[in-house]
Design a protein around this ligand. Sequence first.
Ligand SMILES: Nc1ncnc2c1ncn2[C@@H]1O[C@H](COP(=O)(O)OP(=O)(O)OP(=O)(O)O)[C@@H](O)[C@H]1O
Length: 229
Amino acid sequence: MAAPLVELRGIAKTYGRGETAVHALKDTDLQVYPGQVVGLLGPSGSGKTTLLNLIGCIVEPTRGRLNLDGETVYDGRWLRSDLRRLRLEKIGFIFQFHNLLPFLTAEENVAVALDLAGVPGAEARRRARALLDYLEVGHRGATLPSRLSGGEAQRVAIARALANRPRIILADEPTAALDSGRAGMVMDLLRRLAIEQQAAILVVTHDETIFGRFDGTVTLRDGRVVSSG
Ligand SMILES: Nc1ncnc2c1ncn2[C@@H]1O[C@H](COP(=O)(O)OP(=O)(O)OP(=O)(O)O)[C@@H](O)[C@H]1O
């Protein structure tokens, strides 16, 4: 089997200190391999978003080791000073409320992500168009987010997350704003991406209609992994 794209060893996260400290994650081990779509499940407050943001290098662990795509990025401290670049290179984020910039068209929203990564303007636009076509929303490229349906906006947000061809894709409630048909389409799409791009995809969700669509699930409770399979 290939090496894991995401690997956590003994990762813990405590917010605050002293009497008000919250132990959001306790001694967590996790491995996700290329081609896998893994669901992160668990009740509210169990640590799912913390875990996702920690893998995305947005939240700093309190201890443990984090490897991304074969590179140790945290081992008791960040080992990279350029976390922003690391995120641009390796990670795509998909959020529940897709966070599209309201004053840019669908195509510009995708192109801007490429721009940030240093892809020059015309090439960024070309790749943005190709991605929107791939996600079957190419015909909506010139449309502002406020005029897109929920499913279309989510696919534009996915296109943006994929713009830099990340191998690690982190999705926080990607289907929460969608009906079950659209939610199924988003999951089909994530599966296709995992296989075609050999990406590792982690999906935080409460949406029971998609629980059966993961290669594996990790269930958290009170900051601990209580089951994985
Ligand atoms: N920035 C923060 N500062 C202090 N405590 C925090 C912070 N972020 C999260 N927490 C706490 O950490 C614990 C885990 O929160 P987290 O958001 O990771 O859970 P979750 O499983 O994603 O919850 P939900 O399903 O409601 O989004 C909770 O007790 C939460 O209140």
